[in-house]
Design a protein around this ligand. Structure first.
Ligand code: NMX
Ligand code: MLT
Length: 430
């Protein structure tokens, strides 16, 4: 049986050669052009990054190493991490070796809890989460070995050690934040014999008589694991990591981007939106009432949280996977019913409104309703769950980038006047 470290050590020379040969053979070939609207429009659609862990196709959604996310819904999150980083699903021995590795480094140092306890208890859970990751930088193997003069061919190995240390600790840290933030009581000791997702569910401490919440948690962690390289958190992590900042510094930075309402925090915003509807109408409203409510929000200049996407142009397959789960476990729940009716009505309204390029739901439109059903009702915590999962994609991308010797990120910016100059437009210099 081959460990993850050995497998990567075997794979990396071929990966380096493939990339090197492609650049040698085609270095001046054009893959993308940039228009003025893209320069001013968040670089939407500009191909300027490579990410081999996953790809988001506008008409299909997330594809991890060639496998559509819908086909991975029954896989454990650890299996998906292995797939992201190596390109292969693990066999049972490889999976066990990875799970053993994670168990071996799961203990969270005391100082992390001291730092978290020193924060105001009403700090946003994402602030706590990002701070805890930053604090762990104290023990970074990458930083220590870099200071000792590590050869650049070995960067990926040190980045992998830090990544495994981080992933192993995240469930306990995130569950600890939940207990601290919600005042639900002391931290619940880990049950290392469980898989990563089930152990996390256990440490959150919600009643789970039939194991449904653990199943949801595994699905949640699998579906959110990666979304190619250009989303705010992945791109931020990549940029910070490209300065050879340690994985802890890079992932913490990525989490700060995930904490924004147009990115990962949309799941919190979305449940808030659904509960506002439930509260206003005393339960699930009629379609006419719901349409009027959505239109009023749009007229007030708000976005409908959970709808639209910078890349997708169809219903997010992660939404579809959660929807199938919800239909099995909570179809008669009012909150789920509202989410369901929003799905029936919002795309048509957004099309008629005519602003959003993608009127379809993304993953955040539904995830909260399922958590809510299982009693996880503190919706300002939801983005932390997203973060635990997304750390897998961020670290997988980072390890591969260090293996490929990816250079420091440094695109060129110019002034507005220079853009005008470049395209022959007139701009008033005053
Ligand atoms: N509700 C209302 N208006 C919208 C929505 C929406 N859900 N989505 C986009 N628009 C508007 C957008 O504000 C923009 O308005 P204006 O021209 O007045 O500036 C216009 O439509 C064009 O935006 P797009 O090009 O369609 O979207 P963009 O690529 O810039 O942004 C999102 C993508 C996801 C940021 C945007 O669709 C949005 O704000 N959605 C709601 C928040 C959300 O669900 N975010 C979660 C993303 C997924 N995640 O997990 O991170
Ligand atoms: C994500 O999962 O990162 C989001 O869907 C946002 C994105 O891809 O831009």
């Amino acid at each position: 049986m081959e460990s993850l470290r050995h497998k990567l050590r075997r794979q990396i020379p071929a990966l380096r050669k493939e990339t090197h040969d492609l650049i040698e053979a085609c270095s001046s070939k054009v893959v993308s052009q940039v228009t003025v609207s893209q320069v001013f429009g968040g670089m939407r659609g500009v191909i300027g990054l490579v990410c081999d862990t996953s790809l988001v196709e506008p008409d299909q959604g997330l594809i991890i190493r060639g496998i559509p996310i819908g086909k991975l819904a029954d896989r454990l999150p650890e299996e998906v991490f292995y797939l992201l980083i190596t390109g292969d699903l693990p066999d049972s021995a490889e999976l066990k070796a990875l799970q053993d590795d994670l168990r071996d480094c799961a203990r969270v140092p005391r100082y992390v809890w001291d730092v978290l306890s020193a924060l105001p208890s009403d700090s946003h859970p994402m602030t706590m989460f990002s701070t805890a990751i930053l604090a762990l930088e104290h023990d970074s193997v990458f930083r220590r070995r870099y200071a000792q003069g590590m050869h650049k061919d070995e960067y990926w190995g040190a980045a992998l050690e830090d990544s495994l240390q981080l992933l192993a600790k995240l469930p306990e840290i995130a569950a600890g934040i939940y207990r601290l933030h919600t005042g639900k009581g002391t931290r619940i000791p880990s049950r290392p014999e469980l898989d990563w997702g089930a152990n996390f569910a256990h440490m959150l401490g919600l009643p789970d008589p039939d194991g449904g919440f653990a199943r949801l948690m595994r699905l949640y962690l699998t579906l959110h694991s990666d979304h190619e390289g250009g989303n705010v958190s992945a791109f931020t992590c990549h940029t910070v990591g490209s300065a050879l900042s340690s994985p802890f510094l890079a992932v913490s930075a990525g989490m700060n981007g995930l904490a924004g309402p147009l990115h990962g925090l949309a799941n919190q915003e979305c449940l808030h939106f659904v509960l506002e509807i439930e509260d206003k109408f005393g339960g699930a409203p009629s379609d006419a009432q719901l349409s009027e409510f959505i239109w009023n929000k749009l007229k007030e200049g708000s976005v409908v949280p959970g709808y639209g996407h910078a890349v997708l142009r169809v219903t997010d397959p992660r939404f579809t996977a959660f929807h199938a789960f919800g239909e099995r476990c909570c179809a008669s729940d009012d909150v789920f019913k509202i989410v369901d009716r929003l799905y029936a009505l919002t795309p048509g309204i957004l099309k008629a409104h005519g602003h959003a390029k993608d009127p379809w739901p993304n993953v955040d439109a539904i995830s909260g309703s399922l958590l809510y059903h299982y009693g996880l009702k503190e919706f300002d915590y939801y983005t932390v769950l997203f973060g635990v999962s997304r750390a897998m994609g961020m670290t997988a991308q980072l390890v591969i980038n260090r293996a490929l010797g990816a250079p420091i990120i440094r695109p060129k910016s110019v002034t507005t006047a220079r853009i005008a100059d470049l395209v022959g437009a007139f701009v008033d210099a005053a």
